[in-house]
Design a protein around this ligand. Structure first.
Ligand code: GLA
Ligand code: ZN
Length: 691
């Protein structure tokens, strides 16, 4: 499966390094732009994202366009060998537009139209807004799509949110008609006979509202799907005029960490490459190791959206944010380390928000490369320059892939449904945390993981884990069964196989379409109050796991129907009932984890499992706590990133073979020492040494 991808642009086959850049904020400050160019070179930046939110400068009055300033900026950047992701300015509108055309403003779920303000406060359906966007984007395309500086389109900025105006209601009803064709189908899928919710005409259907309908789960789910489709349609609407001028210039839009409002997987085909904005809360009370594993999982998810193609880290902060509850500075070393972490997981860039710290308004205290002091003599600037220097050593890593034999299913529609369910745990069903606990067990072992949605191809993996696969869409159960029969190992947990794609429960026994594969029947599920626990105890088992582990919050009461019982509950009326089972099916095995367990269970279970089935690690070596190992490869060479997220100095033992440091070219053997927040990038020639 190893693949070397092309760089985002042939103009610059290097790791990209840069920032969001809005020089128009500084137009009245003579000398700043020239100083920026000097500083960009010092910081070893080679790319800037220009024009994000610049509409009011580009079209100060309706129909009056001013591109002179942008011509100047792009021209100078090109002269200085700095490339540009040129943004469409649609993340915010100019005031004249809201004033003239009320319909461009968003209507909230309470059906009240917003006033002008903020950003992304516009309707994706509004014909006027769409027309204005087309005009603007066509002009940008005509003028800049073959500009020497421009290497790609940065479409809008962090799409998100929803509008409940009449245009959107109409579009939603049309979407529903296309999907269900008849009201009978819709009523059945949404189970509207309950509480006399039956719809007898299409106009009766309204989007969910706090003062109206919010309890019909099928409606909630379809509304979220519609919002994704409408946003994606808007993205395509933006891209059309751009591609009609130069189809070869790639386009993307920046995604957000763990954002729930959109099903990003649906954007896969429409984007030429994926990028995302990462703002971890380093040094918080959860600890950097937990944070590092969570960020790693996000990187892996964004990489997996386009089947493993490298992504870009489009934004990160060089120091702190100003919108999290606490704005903590990155400790020395963390900026470089976290930047390398992105690259290790498949990013071909490290970019920031923003280049120069704003003087006023809401982000004036957000970290930036150039601080209010205005020069290069700051800790942060030096940290950034160090990242630039390091990225310059990594040309060979550009386009390389991550070869994962493990996939973790983290599915957005499932996430929506399981959280809306009103089921065994309403004070936080913890889907994200649950997936993260499973992920962390692999991360600690240095096992590369793809994080995929349930419709992805499973056949290339040895092990697929799908925690809380509450929703099982059509065909997924069959594909999982086939995967296992063909020799794959599948793991799922309690609260899986409960509803179909319409959020209607499966009849005839849970876990529905997974019942045969898992060889169990789940009869009922117990919710435990905070502080209450059970425990699960292992009997004889082939994995060689022994002892007892704590179970809490959710305990599924299952019957083995052909599966072998590996561990059982110790307490309560279900003491002795199965808590972990394995079912042999064809050439493969399917494990059912019936209880919610803590991290130590997952660490032990997965470390034994990957050993049992021979899953490849990034480095065949035991990793000390806090060390992450992640490999990118081009099929001929491995680039192994060893990263220390702990506060102690650690050493990683190297297996036999020749390792060369990518940073200083030194040849390494024996062990590698990693200082706190230190890292090492090793190159090794491949003669298939990895097991
Ligand atoms: C997001 C946005 C940026 C900026 C940063 C601040 O990622 O895209 O415009 O607001 O957050 O962290
Ligand atoms: Zn609308």
């Amino acid at each position: 499966m190893t693949k070397k991808y092309k760089p985002v642009s042939n103009k610059i086959p290097k790791m990209l390094h840069g920032a969001d850049y809005n020089p128009e904020q500084w137009a009245e400050y003579p000398g700043i732009f020239e100083e920026d160019l000097r500083l960009m070179k010092l910081a070893k930046c080679n790319v800037m994202s220009v024009g994000i939110f610049s509409w009011a400068k580009l079209e100060p009055e309706e129909g009056v366009f001013n591109f002179d300033w942008l011509d100047h900026v792009l021209g100078k950047l090109a002269e200085n060998d700095i490339y540009v992701f040129l943004a469409t300015p649609t993340g915010a509108r100019p005031a004249w537009m809201s004033e003239e055309y009320e319909e461009v403003l968003r209507v909230g779920p309470n059906r009240v139209r917003n006033l002008h303000g903020l950003r992304h406060n516009h309707c994706y359906t509004s014909p006027v807004y769409r027309e204005k966007v087309s005009i603007m984007n066509s002009k940008l395309a005509d003028r800049y799509s073959t500009h020497p500086a421009v290497i790609g389109w940065h479409i809008s900025n962090e799409y998100g949110g929803e509008c409940h105006c009449n245009y959107c209601q109409e579009a939603f009803r049309k979407w529903l008609k296309d999907k269900y064709e008849t009201l009978d189908n819709l009523n059945h899928s949404w189970w509207t006979t309950f509480w006399s919710h039956t719809y007898t005409s299409w106009p009766q259907i309204e989007s969910p509202a706090p003062h109206g309908e919010k309890m019909v789960h099928g409606l909630n789910l379809d509304w979220k799907r519609f919002v994704t489709d409408q946003t994606l349609d808007f993205y395509k609407h933006e891209v059309k005029p751009l591609k009609s001028v130069n189809p070869d210039l790639p386009a993307t839009t920046n995604f957000m960490e763990a954002f729930e409002g959109l099903n990003y997987a649906k954007f896969s085909e429409a984007l030429d490459f994926v990028c995302w904005d990462s703002y971890p809360t380093w040094h918080d009370n959860e600890g950097d190791v937990n944070q590092a594993a969570w960020v790693a999982m996000n990187h892996d998810m964004f990489r997996s959206i386009k089947g493993g193609q490298p992504f870009l880290l489009m934004e990160s902060t060089p120091s702190l944010t100003n919108w999290q509850p606490i704005s903590k500075l990155k400790r020395p070393g963390m900026h470089l380390l976290s930047s390398m972490q992105a690259v290790a997981h498949g990013s071909d860039s490290v970019q920031y928000f923003q280049w120069r710290k704003s003087r006023g308004s809401s982000e004036k205290f957000h970290g930036a490369v150039v601080d209010h002091v205005g020069n290069e003599h700051t800790r942060v600037f030096n940290d950034v320059a160090k990242v630039g220097e390091t990225l310059n050593q990594l040309d060979a890593v550009v386009g390389t892939s991550v070869d994962a034999e493990v996939a973790l299913i983290f599915d957005t529609e499932n996430r929506w449904a399981v959280k809306d369910a009103q089921g065994p745990r309403n004070q936080g069903v913890k889907y994200e945390k649950t997936v993260a606990v499973h992920y962390q067990a692999f991360w600690k072992q240095g096992v590369p993981v793809d994080v995929i949605d349930m419709d992805s191809d499973l056949s290339k993996y040895k092990l697929v884990a799908a925690p809380m696969l509450y929703m099982v869409r059509p065909g997924v159960g069959e594909r999982i069964e086939e995967f296992v029969k063909q020799g794959g190992t599948f793991v799922t947990t309690y609260w899986s196989g409960i509803v179909n794609e319409n959020d209607l429960t499966f009849l005839g026994g849970f876990p529905g379409p997974l019942r045969h594969t898992m060889g169990i029947w789940s009869e009922e599920i117990d919710g435990l109050y905070d502080g209450q626990t059970n425990s699960i105890k292992f009997g004889e088992n082939d994995l060689g796991i022994s002892g007892e582990y704590m179970a809490y919050e959710l305990c599924d009461l299952i019957h083995a129907e052909g599966a072998e019982v590996l561990a059982s509950y110790q307490d309560d009326f279900y003491a002795g009932r199965p808590a972990l089972t394995v079912n042999q099916l064809g050439q493969g095995k399917a494990y059912y984890v019936a209880s919610r367990n803590k991290q130590p269970f997952h660490d032990e279970f997965y470390s034994k499992l990957i050993k049992d089935i021979g899953v490849k690690k990034s480095l065949e070596s035991k990793l000390p706590v806090g060390i992450s190992a992640q490999t990118r490869t081009d099929g001929n060479h491995d680039y192994i990133f060893l990263m220390n997220f702990g506060e102690d100095k650690q050493a990683v033992k190297l297996p036999k073979g020749e390792f060369i440091s990518m940073i200083d070219g030194a040849s390494l053997s024996g062990k590698v020492e990693l200082s706190p927040f230190g890292f090492s990038i090793l190159k090794r020639e491949l003669n298939d040494v990895r097991i």
